[in-house]
Design a protein around this ligand. Structure first.
Ligand code: SAH
Ligand code: MG
Length: 226
């Protein structure tokens, strides 16, 4: 892949992204930012799975540079792996009255501290519910929501139809070797390759694919394996 010259992420936003709680190594965050800058002039960006706003700062920085908007979809109640007793649980992110995870206050603080409230628009709800009413072609879609079988494939089927032709799909936590991590993100990456997307980049567990075939709004093909 030839890499065109990219503007660097502004220092204050880079510091905000690095300081934010979350699951995005620096190099993958930089990769996300660069793909956002490439896509942002063509339309809006959307991420599924925001948690405390770390990846949203990288995408928000790209949105600011290109004059677009990032929509961040999350119910803010955590994935299965974020719940009490699981590997990625953080007890400071529990609403004590409800006894449920609530990452929305931390998310808002992250975005406010970064000064990105004009660029980053939080949509709070289940991914499938939001997608049911979504009608806007996306210049970039970043999938980093629930990593289980059902949530990953549902996110794929719900949101990938809205990637514009020429637009970019980014999938996080793609591990071709099962010893490195769970299968579902890898499975949906394989589906994208069958559904008119070409791989255009990789950084760590992040894969970038470009939609070279198909029209936004048309369903992806049915799942055949997995
Ligand atoms: N991108 C984040 C990490 C996301 S973690 C970062 O940079 O750190 C995964 C997130 O997906 C969690 O916040 C969880 O609440 C959300 N999530 C999981 N399943 C979801 C669903 N079905 N609908 C909406 N959000 C979901
Ligand atoms: Mg992830």
């Amino acid at each position: 892949m030839t890499t065109p010259h990219h503007p660097a992420m502004p220092d204050d936003l880079l510091a905000a992204a690095r300081a934010a709680k979350g699951f995005m190594p620096d190099a993958e965050g930089a990769f996300l930012f660069e793909r956002g800058v490439e896509a942002g002039r063509s339309g809006p960006l959307l991420e599924v799975g925001s948690y405390c706003g770390k990846s949203a700062v990288y995408l928000g920085a790209a949105a600011r540079l290109t004059g677009t908007t990032v929509f961040t979809v999350d119910h803010h109640r955590g994935s299965e792996e974020n719940q009490a007793g699981w590997e990625h649980h953080d007890p400071t992110l529990v609403d004590p009255d409800l006894g449920l995870m609530d990452t929305l206050p931390v998310f808002r603080r992250t975005i406010a501290d970064a000064g990105l409230e004009d660029e980053v628009v939080a949509v709070v709800g289940r991914s499938v519910t939001v997608a049911r009413h979504w009608r806007t072609p996306l210049a970039l879609l970043f999938i980093d929501g629930g990593h289980g079988e059902e949530p990953a494939h549902t996110d794929y089927e719900s949101w990938v139809p809205w990637v514009d032709r020429g637009g970019v799909l980014l999938i996080h936590d793609v591990f071709p070797d099962p010893r490195d991590g769970g299968r579902p993100p890898y499975e949906i990456y394989l589906r994208a390759l069958e559904d008119g997307f070409d791989e255009v980049g990789v950084c760590g567990s992040m894969r970038a694919l470009r939609r070279v075939d198909g029209q936004p709004g048309t369903p992806v093909s049915a799942r055949t394996s997995g």
